[in-house]
Design a protein around this ligand. Structure first.
Ligand code: PMV
Length: 333
């Protein structure tokens, strides 16, 4: 029997994905742009077996929750439909990042699952098609298929047209010596899942449409800044885009607030760093943790400054640019 293992890394969006125009196909309202990290890889193994009567899902060897198993099974249904191979599979996924705490564990997880499952079931997908498949697991997973700076196009239309046109691809820019200092303010699982929070924001927040319009302008300006190697402009736009995304959530009813007291303390410290002449810009996802973008040469100073606020050096990780998803094991038993 053939088991396939794939590894993928999280990505952190500098221009966020927030809001879907199609909940089933995971078609986003906006185009997003991210940096794939070298840190926190997820390894996922898929082994289709003829004797199974349902998919069996484990998290680092321990049985997964019913909800997570269902999500993986629905994803594998897509792969089975594409390949014509109806076998159920044993799936194991091992994260090195806290699950569900706004640190993109689902992005790395579904990118690794997409690659391992496509390979195990014999689907011959080019990278663009693989990113579209990963998107069906978790939108942001489309971007973790690739390394470095990545854009995920919103695409146009709904249904098949939307599905075909909404894919991720790497951005060809001169290498930039950037780091993301990750401050783990709180690693507990978030109270409101991003799916529900997005839905609520899109349907009730008066601040959502202006953010969508602004995000398109952010994208153009950030791509130009990346081409020019201008980290300060990239950072300023990233921070504005993230704060804007959180503002849309605060305007939702009921409001969604992921930012915690510890988050704001880190934001204050980032502002102090800038006042002291160190280029540092913050971004936050669906959780209270903060990722601080800076030049790699400043990352130790930024990490030390932020560690004072979050209270412990082990709550800080200096992350850098990393590779896309790859197959890491192919075992026959
Ligand atoms: O991929 P999801 O459905 O978990 O959405 C995550 C969205 C954010 O992390 C908040 C932003 C982003 O673009 O990654």
């Amino acid at each position: 029997m053939n088991s396939i293992a794939a590894v993928a890394n999280p990505n952190i969006a500098l221009i966020k994905y927030w809001g879907k125009r199609d909940e089933v196909l995971h078609l986003p309202m906006t185009t997003s742009l991210s940096l794939t990290l070298r840190e926190f890889p997820t390894t996922t193994t898929v082994e289709p077996r003829p004797e199974l009567t349902a998919d069996r899902v484990t998290l680092a060897g321990a049985p997964a929750s019913e909800a997570f198993t269902g999500r993986v099974a629905r994803f594998l249904d897509l792969v089975r439909a594409g390949s014509g191979d109806r076998r159920y599979a044993m799936v194991d996924t091992a994260n090195t990042v806290p699950t569900g705490a706004g640190l993109a564990s689902s992005a790395a997880g579904f990118a690794a699952l997409a690659l391992a499952a496509a390979t195990a079931y014999g689907l011959d997908l080019d990278p663009r098609a693989l990113s579209r498949l990963a998107r069906r697991g978790s939108g942001s997973a489309a971007r973790s298929v690739f390394g470095g700076f990545v854009v995920w196009w919103r695409g146009e239309g709904v249904g098949a047209a939307g599905d075909l046109s909404s894919f991720a691809e790497p951005i060809d820019v001169p290498p930039m010596d950037a780091a993301l200092v990750v401050a783990l303010v709180d690693t507990r699982e978030k109270a409101v899942p991003s799916r529900e929070a997005m839905r609520r924001t899109v349907s009730t927040s008066p601040f959502y449409p202006p953010w969508v319009a602004e995000s398109a302008r952010h994208l153009d300006r950030m791509r130009a800044a990346l081409r020019a190697g201008d980290l300060a402009t990239v950072g300023e736009i990233a921070e504005a885009n993230a704060l804007g995304m959180h503002a849309t959530m605060l305007g939702a009813r009921p409001a969604v607030r992921y930012l915690a007291a510890g988050t704001l303390a880190v934001l204050d410290r980032v502002q102090e760093l800038r006042a002291a002449g160190i280029g540092a810009w913050a971004t936050m996802d669906a959780g209270p943790n903060v990722k601080v973008l800076c030049d790699s040469r400043d990352s130790a100073a930024v990490a030390a400054a932020v560690a004072e606020v979050v209270g412990a050096a082990e709550r800080i990780v200096i992350a850098t640019s990393g590779p896309g998803a790859v197959i890491c094991g192919n075992g026959h038993r």
